[in-house]
Design a protein around this ligand. Structure first.
Ligand code: FAD
Length: 503
């Protein structure tokens, strides 16, 4: 006997709230489940969160949002990966590209073939085998034509840099057009029943809302999940000590490059996120190693262009909710947890939470095992991102400040320790179904941070050394010649998806 939900209430009108409304209104179409968003006119959204990973395209596809229209409406630029500066040592840089790196050879991973050619003296850069890295170096971009036969184009991938305020605005209009109801009000009180389920929300316009299920998108405070249901927070500050960020926006000084830049600094790192109409900048740092004034000074010296807003300080606590879904409440976005944006993963985790929620979608019985299965899976998603971020710090050779000296001996979770150990010994990287970061991503960071395995796979010696080197060299040339025929990133945007003048 079906006992379906009748209504869902999303509280919060930031990126998370409107992504939730967009995706749920798409996925629940035809079910008759009513979706309402409560958006406060008095509490601003965080207004950062502008660099994404390729799953943003999947989100748009699932919602049936046209990519070019979205790019135009959000003043977006395209992103091919992240350029990391000064992480290994000052003066060194590397690139973490999207898409594939190289092509697997007769069932062997490309990384092993590449290692063998390096060991045999035919050295090439790891990123020479990545179409996205070569596109980024040359500021080239084009969307992959559907069903293209060219292996170089097939191995590309991309994400977006976009304006967070415009994204919320676009997704709001989109959701409303899908039948989502919007209430402009602030939640004053969350009413919880004796079973610890949310029964009602009291609003500051003297109305009370009752719904079957609630989605908490109220930002760091987690008004429903933490404030009302008292779900605790698992801190990961002992692994990742950065706990503050300064954000500023500046005018563009040239064409926006098709990548995010993350530069290591004395007590953390700064970001540059280029949009069509401006650049987002910030400094993520450890408050134990640097004052706000010093951090603002460091950031302002690092930016190009004119300041468009005054620097804003954003404190945060790294970690995640002990239960992201509890009873009739799902937390999404900053309400569910936060990991520093080094790999631009927060919006990806918003999408992942929503996808997992849809596949474990509850009915009014609220079976605790369904909730538990969801929480176990999403915890692994958070853990994967946490470990990947720690990898950038724990492999540094920097010892020029207290912060970086701490990183030399920082605690590392067992899950990451095991991974690094297996990689150092044999170049092996375990990859489980559903994990987000590919082996290519792990290899890109490890190679960028100068971590090489002791040996390559023993069966690679079955390949002729000269023949292997020749194949790889031909592939590098294929990549280069395909990329150099692509338009410049700025020209591509101007021609296909220039921002509308809504700014
Ligand atoms: C410094 C920094 C940099 C970041 N960079 C990136 C990045 O590059 N890439 C990335 O993917 N992510 C990034 N993020 C994360 C990203 O910003 C968030 O995941 C995303 O913006 C979602 O935020 P949110 O909607 O959860 O919260 P918010 O934007 O804070 O929205 C909260 C909403 O809740 C509402 N609200 C609060 N209280 C009430 C109430 N009582 N009643 C009604 N409504 C209420 C507010 O009005 C607001 O609409 C970054 C975060 C930080 C802190």
């Amino acid at each position: 006997m079906q006992n379906n939900l009748n209504s869902i209430c999303i509280v919060g009108g930031g990126t998370a709230g409107w992504m939730a409304a967009s995706l749920l209104s798409s996925s629940l179409q035809g079910t008759g489940i009513k979706i309402t968003v409560i958006e406060s006119p008095d509490i601003a959204i965080i207004g950062v969160g502008e660099s994404t990973v390729p799953s943003i395209l999947e989100f748009l596809r699932v919602c049936r949002i046209n990519l070019k229209e979205f790019v135009q409406a959000t003043s977006a630029s395209f992103k091919l990966g992240i350029r990391f500066e000064d992480w290994l040592k000052p003066g060194e840089h590397y690139f973490h590209p999207f898409g594939r790196v190289g092509q697997d050879l007769h069932g062997f991973e490309f990384y092993q073939a590449w290692l063998k050619t390096c060991a045999d003296g035919h050295a090439s850069r790891w990123v020479d085998h990545s179409p996205c890295a070569i596109m980024a170096e040359n500021h080239r971009f084009m969307l992959r034509p559907p069903q293209d036969q060219n292996w170089v184009l097939r191995n590309t991938g991309h994400a977006l840099h976009f304006d967070a305020v415009l994204v919320a605005r676009y997704l709001r209009e989109f959701s409303l057009s899908r039948g989502v109801e919007r209430i402009e009000a602030t939640v004053d009180k969350v009413v919880v029943d004796e079973r610890q389920f949310i029964s009602a929300l009291e609003l500051n316009n003297d109305t009370t809302i009752t719904n079957d299920f609630f989605v908490d998108c109220t930002g760091f405070k987690g008004l429903l999940i933490a404030g009302a249901l008292n779900v605790g927070y698992e801190e990961w500050t002992h692994y990742l000590p950065c706990n503050r960020a300064i954000a500023v926006q500046t005018s563009n000084t040239g064409e926006p490059p098709p990548y995010t830049t993350a530069t290591a600094r004395e007590a953390g790192w700064t970001w540059k996120i280029p949009l069509q109409h401006r650049t987002g900048n910030g400094y993520v740092f450890s408050g134990d190693h640097c004052s706000d004034d010093k951090a603002i000074d460091t950031l302002l010296k690092a930016v190009d262009g004119e300041l468009l807003i005054e620097p804003r300080v954003i404190p945060f606590t790294t970690g995640r909710r002990k239960k992201i879904w509890h009873n009739n409440c799902l937390s999404v976005g900053l309400a569910s947890g936060f990991l520093e944006p080094l790999e631009s993963t927060a919006i990806h985790l918003v999408y992942k939470i929503l996808l997992r929620f849809i596949s474990h979608f509850p009915d009014q019985d609220f079976d605790p095992q369904v909730e538990q299965a969801f929480n176990q899976k999403i915890n692994l998603d958070y853990q994967e991102v946490r470990d990947f971020i720690i990898l950038h710090y724990c492999t540094t050779k920097r010892d020029d400040t207290e912060f970086w000296r701490w990183c030399q001996n920082m605690p590392i979770p067992d899950s990451l320790n095991e991974k690094i150990h297996l990689f150092r010994e044999r170049g092996e990287l375990e990859h489980s179904y559903g994990q987000f970061f590919s082996q290519d991503s792990w290899c890109s960071i490890l190679e960028g941070m100068n971590v090489r395995p002791k040996k390559y796979h023993p069966l690679m010696d079955g390949f002729d050394s000269q023949g292997l080197a020749k194949t790889l060299q031909e592939n590098v040339q294929d990549i280069y010649s395909t990329v150099m025929q692509m338009p410049k990133h700025g020209d591509y945007i101007r021609q296909h998806c220039a921002a509308k003048k809504v700014l």
